[in-house]
Design a protein around this ligand. Structure first.
Ligand SMILES: Cc1cc2nc3c(=O)[nH]c(=O)nc-3n(C[C@H](O)[C@H](O)[C@H](O)COP(=O)(O)OP(=O)(O)OC[C@H]3O[C@@H](n4cnc5c(N)ncnc54)[C@H](O)[C@@H]3O)c2cc1C
Length: 355
C-alpha cells in the first residue's frame, strides 16, 4: 500500500452521484504507470453499521488515460437497494462522497487488472458501458485514440437519463476530433423534452439488436462493463450472436454475475468435499450450495479478507496446502503459484487452505 493525497475532486454528473478524485503520491516519487482499463485497490478502516471499525477493501477503475501527475478515479454513490431502503447505503462510496476532501490521505495498492484493450489496431474495438461502468472504458477510449488514432472505436454508453451522463463534454469533443470514434448514447428513461440526437441516440437498453443495427459488418473485439443485469444478459448474448469467446472481454464491478460462473459453481454434489481451514482449525463440508469459497467461509463464520468479490483485486488470495480449486473463468488477478482466490473459486476435491 502507498499513501496518496487527494489533490482535488470534481462532480461529474447532474445527479451529483458520480465524483472524480485526483490522487497524488505523498512520497513525491513517480506514479506507477498503468494500462487503461486497470483499477486501484483502496484500503480503509471504517465503522460499519454497528459502529465497529473494520478494514474494508474496494477497487476503483482509473478513469482516464495515464497522466504522470495524478491518478483519477470516479466513484458513484451507492444507495441502499430499492427494495430494502432500511439497509445502510454503500459504505466506501458514501465515505468518498461525504468525507474524502482535498488533502485527505488514502492507502492505495498499485494499479492492477487484466481488463485492458488489445493491441490489434486492425480489428475495431467495441466498448460497451452501463452507468458507472464507463470509467475503465472511457480510459481505454482516451488511451486508444491517442496511441492508435486510426483504429475504429465504437463506444456504447447506457444510462437511465441525461442526469447520469459523465464525461459528456469530453466524449463529444473526442467524437468531433476523431472520425474513427463513434459514440452511441442509450437512455432507458430519457427526460421529457430532451430530443433524440441531442443527448442520446437510442432509447432502451444496449442489446445485440442495437449492436447489429449500428456496427458495420465484420469482426470486432468487445469490452463490456456495467451493472449486473447488463453483464448477465449481454455477455451470453454476444456469444449466442456468434462472437468468439476470446473476443469478449468484461469486468464486473461486484460479485461476478455472468451466467457461466453460476452454472459451474452452484451445483449440488452427491459426495461432499472436505474443506479444511488450517488457521481457523475447522473442517467444513462443501456440498455445492455456495457460489464460491468466500461465501462458504463467511457463511460459516470464518473471517477472510476480501475486496472486489469478482477475482480482480487479490485481497482474498489464500495459500492452498493440498487440493485443487477451479474457476468458471480465469480470474483477472494474477494468482500466485500454490494459492487461490476464494471469491471466484470452488473446490474440486478435498482442500486444505491457509485461512
Ligand atoms: C475491478 C473493479 C472496478 C471498479 N470500479 C469502480 C469505479 O470506477 N467506480 C465505482 O463507483 N465503482 C467501482 N467499482 C465498485 C466498487 O468497488 C464498490 O463495489 C462500490 O463503490 C460499492 O461499494 P460500497 O462500499 O459503497 O458499497 P457496499 O457497502 O459494498 O454496499 C453495496 C450495496 O449493498 C447494500 N447493503 C448494505 N448492507 C447490506 C446487507 N446487510 N445486505 C444486503 N445489502 C446490503 C448497500 O446498501 C449497497 O446498496 C469497481 C469494482 C471492481 C471490482
Amino acid at each position: 500500500m502507498r499513501a496518496f493525497r487527494v489533490r482535488s475532486r470534481d462532480d461529474e454528473d447532474d445527479a451529483l452521484s458520480q465524483t472524480s478524485f485526483y490522487l497524488e503520491p505523498v512520497d513525491g516519487q513517480p506514479l506507477a504507470p498503468y494500462r487503461a482499463g486497470q483499477f486501484l485497490t483502496f484500503q480503509f478502516e471504517l465503522p460499519d453499521a454497528q459502529g465497529a471499525v473494520r478494514p474494508v477493501t474496494r477497487c476503483y477503475s482509473l478513469s482516464d488515460r495515464h497522466d504522470p501527475q495524478a491518478y483519477r478515479i470516479t466513484v458513484k454513490r451507492i444507495p441502499p437497494p430499492r427494495d430494502r431502503p432500511d439497509l445502510p447505503p454503500g459504505l466506501v462510496s458514501n465515505h468518498f462522497h461525504d468525507r474524502v476532501a482535498p488533502g485527505a490521505i488514502l492507502q492505495v495498492r498499485a494499479p492492477g487488472g487484466a481488463f485492458v484493450l488489445d493491441d490489434d489496431a486492425s480489428v475495431p474495438a467495441v466498448l460497451i458501458a452501463g452507468g458507472v461502468g464507463i470509467t475503465p472504458l472511457f480510459a481505454m477510449a482516451r488511451a486508444a485514440l491517442s496511441a492508435k488514432p486510426d483504429r475504429a472505436l465504437h463506444l456504447f454508453y447506457g444510462v437511465r437519463d441525461s442526469r447520469e451522463l459523465v464525461f459528456e463534454a469530453d466524449l463529444l469533443a473526442m467524437e468531433q476530433q476523431h472520425p474513427n470514434f463513434h459514440l452511441t448514447c442509450v437512455q432507458s428513461a430519457p427526460l421529457p423534452g430532451e430530443r433524440e440526437a441531442d443527448r442520446y441516440h437510442a432509447v432502451g437498453f444496449i442489446d445485440v439488436a442495437l449492436l447489429r443495427r449500428i456496427l458495420p459488418h465484420g469482426q470486432h473485439h468487445f469490452y463490456v462493463c456495467g451493472p449486473p443485469p447488463m453483464m448477465a444478459s449481454l455477455v451470453p448474448a454476444l456469444r449466442d450472436w456468434g462472437v468468439a469467446g476470446d473476443a469478449v472481454h468484461y469486468e464486473a464491478f461486484g460479485p461476478a454475475s455472468i451466467e457461466s460462473a453460476e452454472q459451474v459453481s452452484a451445483t449440488p454434489l452427491e459426495t461432499p468435499i472436505d474443506v479444511h481451514f488450517a488457521n481457523s482449525a475447522r473442517t467444513l463440508s462443501w456440498t455445492g450450495q455456495d457460489t464460491n469459497l468466500l461465501d462458504f467461509a463467511e457463511r460459516h463464520g470464518i473471517a477472510v479478507d476480501s475486496g472486489c468479490r469478482s477475482g480482480s483485486c487479490g485481497t482474498c488470495e489464500t495459500a492452498v496446502t493440498s487440493g485443487d480449486v477451479r474457476y468458471a473463468q480465469p480470474p483477472s488477478f494474477d494468482v500466485a503459484r500454490g494459492h487461490c482466490l476464494l471469491c471466484v473459486g470452488v473446490p474440486t476435491r478435498d482442500l486444505v487452505l491457509q485461512a
